[in-house]
Every structure is written in C-alpha cells, then in structure tokens.
Write a protein that binds this ligand. Sequence first.
Ligand SMILES: Nc1ncnc2c1ncn2[C@@H]1O[C@H](COP(=O)(O)OP(=O)(O)O)[C@@H](O)[C@H]1O
Ligand SMILES: [Mg+2]
Length: 236
Amino acid sequence: MSLLTVENLVASYGAVRVLHGIDFAVEEGQVAVVLGANGAGKTTTLRALSGMVSCKGSIRFDGTELIGRSTEDIVRRRVAHVPQGRGTISQFTVDENLQVGAYIRKDRDGVRDDMERMFRLFPRLQERRSQAAGSLSGGEQQMLAIARALMMSPKLVLFDEPSLGLAPLIVRDLFDTLRQINTELGVTMLIVEQNAQLALEIAQQAFVLETGEIVASGDPESVGKDDAVRRAYLGH
Ligand SMILES: Nc1ncnc2c1ncn2[C@@H]1O[C@H](COP(=O)(O)OP(=O)(O)O)[C@@H](O)[C@H]1O
Ligand SMILES: [Mg+2]
C-alpha cells in the first residue's frame, strides 16, 4: 500500500476551483516530484495535504483519511511542510528554529540526537547555530527550513519549490542534500518544483500538473521524455 494516496482531490478558494479532481500516490521511502508552471496548483496541492485549504475527495496517509483534519492533527501524524519562501522564524537563532521544529516531540534524547544529526548533514548550520535565521544567506535559510522540518521526525516531507531564488550552484547542492536525506534517513518526500531537470534526477516518481489537472505521470525517465514536458519544463 502507498504511504500517500490522493483520489479525486478537488480544492477551491471560495467559488474558484483550483484542483479539478487529481489522483496520485507516493510510495513509502521514495522521492516524488510534481512539476508545473506558475499557477498550475502546486502550492494548493501541498496546502491541501497539510489541511490548509478546503477540499473534497480523499487523501489517505499511512492508513488515515486526512480530509477534514486540522493542520495540527496532520502535523502530529508526521507530515512536515517546507513552505514556498521557507518559513523560518527570522528573529530566532538556528538552534531555536530547530527546537521549534521538534515541538510535537516528547523524546528529549531523540531530539538532542537529531539536532546533532542535522548539524552533521548541514555543517554550515552548526557554525551559525547562535546566529539569527534572518542573517543567513538564502541557501542557508533553505537548509535551515529543511532541517527544521526534519526535526519533527517526519514520515513525509512536502517541499514547495525549495530551489526558488537560489543561485545555480547552490541549487545543485540543495538537490544533493535532498537525495542524501532520502537515502540516509529514508524519509518519503513530495517535492514541487519548476527546476524540472534536477528534480527529475533525484525522483523515483514524477507528476505533471497543468491548470489543476495531472496531465502526465510515471517514472521520471519516461515523464522527462514526454514531448510536451520537454518543451514546457526542460527547454529542449
Ligand atoms: N489564497 C488564494 N485565493 C484565491 N486564489 C488563489 C489563492 N492562492 C492561489 N490561488 C489561485 O489558485 C491557482 C493555483 O495557485 P497555486 O497553487 O499557488 O499555483 P502554483 O503553486 O502552481 O504556482 C492560481 O490561479 C492562483 O491565482
Ligand atoms: Mg506555488
């Protein structure tokens, strides 16, 4: 059984329907990527999974229906969300941001071990652990946002355009880190991206969203070969 199964998901803002009944599933331990142009409904899809937008249909996660549940409840079921624009608390230090990430956990020893694990994964964060998040570079802030999400010991992490606004070399590092997190920690990931090339390289599953509908899906290689996908997202 898939860790996440989305069926006939419809999401609307007021009277305006943005997702028109989408279906997809994410397998446990895998990296899935959702490609799509601006306005396709990528952020809305992630917001629906986190209980932040009203929707209909079915979202089964780890054996439980998520539709109708609060964001708080969904977080407690170990779904972490790294929002577009990162969402770290800029006045808080790196350390404090990581502690906020672990707020749902009671296992203090586990939290301490995970802090150390994050500093091994992200040595730059260790060097800056008592610096305010707002004083970090864009790439470091994205790393902090990811580390913070991992501090809740998630089963699934939703990433909303993690590479947005970062320089090309930093983006490459970021994707290497995402791959490392997936292989070392075994965390299932759903990544929304416009950087199709790199995202397809680290994914095992790919979906293409266009104006609120899934228009292509499958393994990254075959999705990457699709003519329409190549023209729209790969530029060749
Ligand atoms: N809070 C909102 N209220 C009304 N419409 C919205 C809201 N957020 C997004 N939309 C609309 O929903 C559509 C999909 O947006 P979004 O999910 O943010 O797309 P993407 O992340 O793929 O760029 C767009 O047409 C956008 O204008
Ligand atoms: Mg978006």
